[in-house]
Design a binder for this molecule. Structure first.
Ligand SMILES: Nc1ncnc2c1ncn2[C@@H]1O[C@H](COP(=O)(O)OP(=O)(O)O)[C@@H](O)[C@H]1O
Ligand SMILES: [Mg+2]
Length: 278
């Protein structure tokens, strides 16, 4: 078990703009704790390159915690610890020789509530994360990156004539797509999304879902969702998490999304995907 030092701040080397490919992410025997509270037990999950993996299960079963172990955000909580390995294209992101910030660059995150910088322009919002990585690129390259990221996020046509407008001028669904564009502009290999549509109306939700399907070829996606229709529509692979009373969360069943929904092997999976609990 490792307890992390959260006091270290680090610099990141420049990364070439051409770095851009989905990577496989493999979790091996992941256990996670908050203090002495054991919240995740023995999670094994392969998130295939260029696919969408959905994490489903009732609230409190450790889905968000698991997602945060995947890009070293779990360790930002004081007193947290974990065991097991997370392999990004075969390399352990917890290898002591690797810096957490490098893993967070390669494995991006989009949150439940869209969090654009409200007074910053749309253009600057898209490049904000990329700038933090310390990468130096020309104005022309930046323009191209902004357009590419906004196109991938399905937002370009809506905003191309007002890139100087502030982030707050967008609707909720557009703001979430802006956050996806911002995450993509860092050119991650993997994008983690924690209930990215839970604050959105159905129309915006569908737009974000289309975006997720569209980016899946460029980036490996891992999404937590409470919405079973959404898991079914967007994911290729699905993992069902459950925590029994007083027990850590674990994966009850995982497989191709169609199998999880049409032919679940475990009665608890069947009950959950059919809305009988959770
Ligand atoms: N920052 C934290 N500090 C202490 N306990 C936490 C923290 N975040 C989550 N937990 C606990 O970890 C367990 C799993 O939570 P979480 O990963 O958020 O579940 P889910 O995303 O499936 O709803 C819960 O018992 C929750 O109370
Ligand atoms: Mg959660």
């Amino acid at each position: 078990m490792t307890t992390f030092d959260t006091s270290v701040t680090e610099q990141l080397p420049a990364v070439p703009v051409s770095a851009f490919k989905p990577a496989a992410l493999v979790a091996e025997s992941v256990n996670a704790w908050f203090g002495t509270h054991h919240v995740l037990a023995d999670v094994d999950l392969t998130m295939a390159a260029g696919e969408v993996t959905a994490l489903i299960g009732p609230s409190g079963c450790g889905k968000s915690t698991f997602l945060r172990t995947l890009n070293r955000m779990h360790e930002l909580v004081p007193g947290s610890s974990l065991s097991g390995r997370i392999l990004l294209d075969g390399e352990d992101i917890y290898d002591p020789a690797r810096r957490p910030i490098e893993s967070r660059r390669r494995i991006g995150m989009v949150f439940q509530k869209a969090n654009p910088f409200p007074t910053m322009s749309l253009y600057d919002n898209v490049v904000a994360g990329m700038k933090l990585t310390g990468r130096k690129i020309t104005k022309a390259e930046t323009d191209a990156l902004v357009e590419h990221s906004l196109r991938s996020a399905g937002l370009w046509e809506e905003v191309k004539n007002r890139l100087e407008a502030p982030g707050s001028s967008l609707s909720g669904g557009q703001q979430q797509r802006l956050c996806i564009a911002r995450a993509l502009a860092v050119r991650p290999d993997v994008l983690l999304m924690d209930e990215p549509c839970s604050a959105l109306d159905p129309t915006s939700t569908r737009r974000v879902e289309e975006t997720i399907r569209a980016i899946a070829g460029e980036v490996t996606v891992v999404i937590v969702t409470h919405n079973m229709q959404q898991a079914r529509r967007v994911s290729d692979h699905c993992a069902f998490f459950l925590a029994a009373q007083g027990q850590p969360g674990h994966i009850v069943e995982q497989g191709r999304t169609e199998d999880i929904f049409e032919r679940p092997r475990d009665a608890r999976t069947e009950d959950y995907v059919n809305g009988r609990f959770g």
